[in-house]
Design a protein around this ligand. Structure first.
Ligand code: AMP
Ligand code: MN
Ligand code: MN
Ligand code: MN
Length: 276
């Protein structure tokens, strides 16, 4: 089994429609696949149909944006019921405010000498209400203000840079609660991306466990091999299950399907009891 439980379509900040993402995953050899758009479940019906047509098993997913002690962290909900009313209401609340934030980002980028970014980002967002830093980054690449997506984030879109506007996302407890209300499994996404000290990571894992979190993502597109080992050991030490997912967003935008190593056999995979 080649299991990939993390990626995005143009329902959030991915570049491709759910059907195209499904076909790409299947072509790369994925056999069990989940679409996990940011704060949105609207792509899941299309994704499921395309996944089954391409011969994959499908897992309903979502990636919830969370603000924890002032940092943004992401929590995946896997095997959720996309129809659940508690989850739907929670996600609707998290989605709010992206347009206003985008306007504020554009004002800052304009002050830094780059014009037209609000319109540019919106044009690149399939759903304007889901406009994200990724859409700004694609625009900055297209106008050649930056060399690539990485450069766009590094120079403009991360804390301390001119295009970064802080935003209040969901509380950690709430995000996990909504996932559990929808009978899903909560997985801490790409823990290596948060730049947390060992002490802060312990605190985050403790609160995540307390809230009902079950797993941490160990093998994922933004982790180095060293981080596979580190977070694998942390998962084992704290008795969390482990997950694996590319976090694919689009062609030539970093992580691809089918390129990640398997989870270490000593880890307990989050899908162990799913009857796959
Ligand atoms: P937002 O939810 O609008 O804050 O956008 C967050 C998205 O930006 C993440 O889901 C990633 O897809 C993308 N992102 C964040 N940091 C980086 C980075 N350093 N390089 C590339 N993409 C990034
Ligand atoms: Mn994203
Ligand atoms: Mn993420
Ligand atoms: Mn993601």
């Amino acid at each position: 089994m080649n299991i990939d439980l993390h990626c995005h379509s143009n329902v959030s900040d991915g570049a491709l429609a759910p059907t195209q993402v499904a076909r790409r995953a299947a072509r790369a050899g994925v056999t069990v696949w989940s679409l996990t758009d940011h704060d949105q479940v609207d792509g899941l019906a299309e994704a499921r149909a395309a996944a089954l047509a391409a011969g994959m098993q499908f897992v309903d997913g979502v990636e919830i944006s969370v603000t924890w002690r002032g940092s943004t962290v992401h929590v995946l909900g896997l095997r959720i019921d996309p129809q659940d009313a508690t989850l739907a209401a929670g996600l609707a609340a998290v989605r709010g405010g992206r347009i206003e934030r985008a306007r504020a980002m554009a004002r800052e980028l304009s002050a830094a000498g780059i014009e037209g970014t609000f319109e540019g980002a919106l044009e690149r967002a399939e759903n304007p209400a889901m406009v994200s830093r990724t859409h700004f980054a694609r625009f900055l690449v297209d106008i050649e203000a930056v060399a690539d997506m990485r450069d766009a984030f590094r120079r403009f879109l991360v804390p301390g840079k001119p295009g970064y506007v802080p935003h209040q996302w969901a509380d950690l407890d709430d995000a996990v609660r909504w996932i559990r209300a929808a009978s899903g499994h909560a997985v801490l996404a790409h823990p290596g991306r948060y730049g947390l000290s060992a002490g802060a990571m312990d605190a985050l894992l403790g609160e995540f466990r307390q809230a009902g979190g079950e797993a941490i993502e160990v093998v994922t597109g933004s982790h180095s091999p060293e981080q596979y080992r580190h977070f694998g050991a942390l998962a084992a030490h704290h008795d969390f299950a482990a997950s694996r997912g590319s976090d694919f967003h689009g062609p030539e935008e970093g992580a691809e399907f089918g390129s990640l190593p398997p989870l270490d056999a000593a880890l307990r995979p989050v899908w162990r009891d799913w009857g796959l």
